[in-house]
Design a protein around this ligand. Structure first.
Ligand code: MRU
Length: 370
């Protein structure tokens, strides 16, 4: 996607294919900072401390992390063991999104097929590149498939603006390119559909307000930032035609984990007959889980994210305390939207209903859990 007229992906290698580069998202929307990552330690910190984030990008970062891990393991004389320790650290850095686990498994499987250490490093490089390229391609297809849905709903508006609400950032910053929830929006906008986006997730991390708004602004897409609590009211007033969110993990039966607050949006959408869609690449399905509420691990993050807000003040990014210093705070990062509240899943293979049968019709090779 474009940043000030220049094309970027969210993760890439230098021209010698040695170091990994990312956009350090902690500084957006105020500063555009690129970070170089050349060790597994640095990659684990970047994942844990959210220099990069979002399901698809976490998967791609895990893929590149294993490439770095293979290079680090090579001179140790204990390749398998050192690689396994790094793989575990990368997987455990963020527990809710399934993509890192998926990418690491794919890497380990590919590496195990190669014979020499040199070949294993080459394989890990190729697999990392493949994972990143496929993520971008899946999102491009989600854009195409979601576009048909947006077009249909836009036609019912009879010339009035199509209003879409999205929660958090499932944009290109959360993937390698295009985004999941935003891909259909980008596609529809470029096809000339008159649309406007309500953007939220203003707490706990401001990812709608900081990241999605920044993305949409760069693409010149009309949008308005709202507080997390405003969505229900807007739906009651007929000001939302469709909700599209991303997902960090979706079970076989279609329950979706996404940024905290998504469930409440889905409840409000149901109550107001507003269609609620979840967009995801197939790497975000967890084929081994059914009941999302019972099974998906929910990450709790540092309470400081609730107690402090950060922003631009006098040209500097500063943090301020907004709660009593001694009050306890609990920072649940995600919630689960049960499949009954989801009208459909937008994937790279098409749109399906959020139930096991319909999901498996699109992905018949997953009939048996992995
Ligand atoms: O990695 P995070 O905590 O930023 O993930 C949360 C999200 O960005 C959202 O839940 C998003 O909608 C799903 S990631 C495509």
């Amino acid at each position: 996607m474009q940043v000030q007229g220049k094309n970027y992906r969210t993760i890439w290698l230098d021209e010698n294919n040695e170091n990994v580069y990312i956009i350090d998202q902690r500084f957006l929307p105020h500063r555009f900072v690129i970070e170089e990552i050349s060790t597994v330690d640095q990659m684990v910190v970047a994942i844990k401390d959210m220099h990069l984030r979002g399901a698809g990008l976490l998967g791609a970062a895990a893929g590149y992390g294993i490439f770095l891990a293979a290079k680090e393991a090579a001179p140790t004389g204990d390749f398998e063991n050192v690689l396994n320790i790094s793989a575990k650290r990368i997987c455990e850095a963020r527990p809710t999104a399934v993509n890192p686990e998926w990418a690491v498994k794919r890497q380990m499987q590919a590496i195990s097929q190669a014979n020499s250490i040199e070949e294993k490093i080459k394989t890990s490089f190729k697999t990392a590149e493949l994972i990143a390229d496929e993520d971008a391609e899946c999102c491009r297809m989600i854009g195409r498939n979601g576009f048909s849905l947006l077009k249909q709903i836009a036609e019912t508006k009879k010339g009035k603006t199509l209003n879409i609400l999205t929660h958090c950032n499932a944009g290109w910053l959360a993937f390698v390119d295009y985004g999941s929830a935003t891909a259909p929006i980008y596609e529809a906008f470029s096809e000339g559909i008159d649309l406007h986006v309500w953007v939220d997730e203003t707490r706990p991390r401001n990812q709608g307000a900081s990241l999605t708004a920044w993305e949409l602004l760069n693409q010149q897409i009309p949008h308005t930032i709202i507080t997390d609590n405003a969505g229900g009211y807007l739906m009651q007033q007929g000001m939302v035609d469709l909700v599209i969110t991303g997902a960090d993990r979706v079970t076989r039966q279609g329950d979706a984990a996404n940024k905290i607050g998504t469930y409440l949006k889905a409840l409000a959408a149901k109550d107001n007959n507003v269609p609620f869609y979840v967009a995801l690449p197939s790497s975000t399905f967890d084929w081994n889980m059914r009941d999302g509420v019972k099974e998906i691990p929910i990450e709790q993050r540092d309470p400081a994210e609730i107690k402090f807000v950060s922003g631009l003040n006098d040209g500097e990014i500063k943090e301020v305390l907004i709660t009593p210093a001694d009050s306890a705070a609990a920072n649940y990062g995600f919630d689960i939207t049960p499949s009954r509240l989801i009208n459909g899943l937008i994937t790279e293979r098409g749109i399906c209903k959020a139930n096991e049968n319909d999901i498996l019709n699109l992905f018949p090779e997953k009939m048996q859990p992995a």
